[in-house]
Ligand binder design. Structure first.
Ligand code: 48F
Length: 260
């Protein structure tokens, strides 16, 4: 066998094994942003079988670009234990006690590494285009390659079944939106629908991101900005403590759900 064939067959075999092993998971996470990566690591460390499906080539979501491409972000004291868990370094902001800056590239890469090393599998360049619904229950995801989605190719998808789904898709709450639009069910919100994100109000948005991290329909959870969009929370810009703490809360809620 030539080295060319050996390389190609090793890649195809390893990837196929990885995908085959994750066509049925405990938790299917959509989006690889900061909140989802924290949730994935926490769950994987508890022995839960987790797969993340991320549309882009690089997971990390809105972490990389810092604020307006200045690659630094801010976190507050309450989130430091999570940064410590991932080995992410930070510096105090002298004029604001309880607030810290950190390198957004270090943060993105450490969150990804932490989730993968804990045992979560990330499938990048994969878009979730629909949800599996069995009767009244969320049963998994419908996935396709992002280039297929982008090029509008008429190619049927594959499915991943799961005990529950975590929507970590950020501002648009894509998965929760699919459930409302396609399954026509009522969410666990005051109107039964997505309330929609409100404008920027940093401290309110930070607190509500964690509060709004909930099970919005049996077996369907939302974290991060997706949760805030579902429940009408304010946005907060390049401060990330709420995202990290939302991921940790989501993992706790899902663990309780799985143990029911
Ligand atoms: O938006 P995102 O970073 O998620 P988050 O954890 O964090 C929000 C912050 O980055 C920032 C903020 C903080 O102050 O406001 O915005 O809520 O990442 C969401 C990820 O989901 C992917 C998308 O490419 C991004 O990387 N995504 C969205 N829809 C899909 C998806 C989909 N249908 N299939 C797969 N991935």
């Amino acid at each position: 066998m030539s080295i060319e064939s050996i390389i190609s067959s090793a890649i195809v075999r390893q990837f196929s094994d990885k995908l085959l092993n994750h066509l049925e998971v405990d938790v299917a996470i959509v989006g690889g942003g900061p909140s989802a990566l924290v949730a994935a690591r926490d769950l994987a460390l508890k022995g839960v079988k987790v797969a993340i499906f991320e549309r882009k080539l690089a997971p990390g979501g809105g972490t990389w670009g810092g604020g307006m491409l200045f690659n630094e972000v801010v976190v507050q004291t309450e989130a430091l234990p999570i940064l410590d868990d991932f080995g992410i370094r930070y510096l105090p902001i002298p004029e604001a006690e309880g607030y810290f800056t950190l390198d957004s590239v270090e943060m993105a890469s450490a969150l990804i590494y932490g989730a993968v090393h804990a045992g979560a599998k990330i499938f990048n360049s994969v878009s979730v285009e629909d949800i599996v619904f069995k009767g009244e229950n969320v049963g998994g995801l419908v996935i396709n390659w992002t280039p297929v989605e982008r090029l509008g190719m008429h190619v049927d998808p594959l499915t991943v079944t799961s005990k529950c789904v975590l929507d970590g898709t950020g501002h648009p709450s894509e998965v929760v939106r699919m459930v409302v639009n396609k399954a026509k069910v009522k969410l666990n919100t005051p109107t039964g629908d997505i309330l929609g994100e409100r404008p920027m109000w940093v401290d309110s948005g930070e607190a509500s991101t964690v509060l709004n991290t909930l099970e919005y329909y049996p077996g369907l959870f939302a974290c991060g900005m997706s949760a805030n969009n579902c429940m009408g929370g304010y946005r907060m810009g390049p401060i990330f403590g709420g995202m990290l703490m939302s991921g940790r809360k989501a993992a706790g809620l899902i663990e309780t759900f799985l143990n029911k």
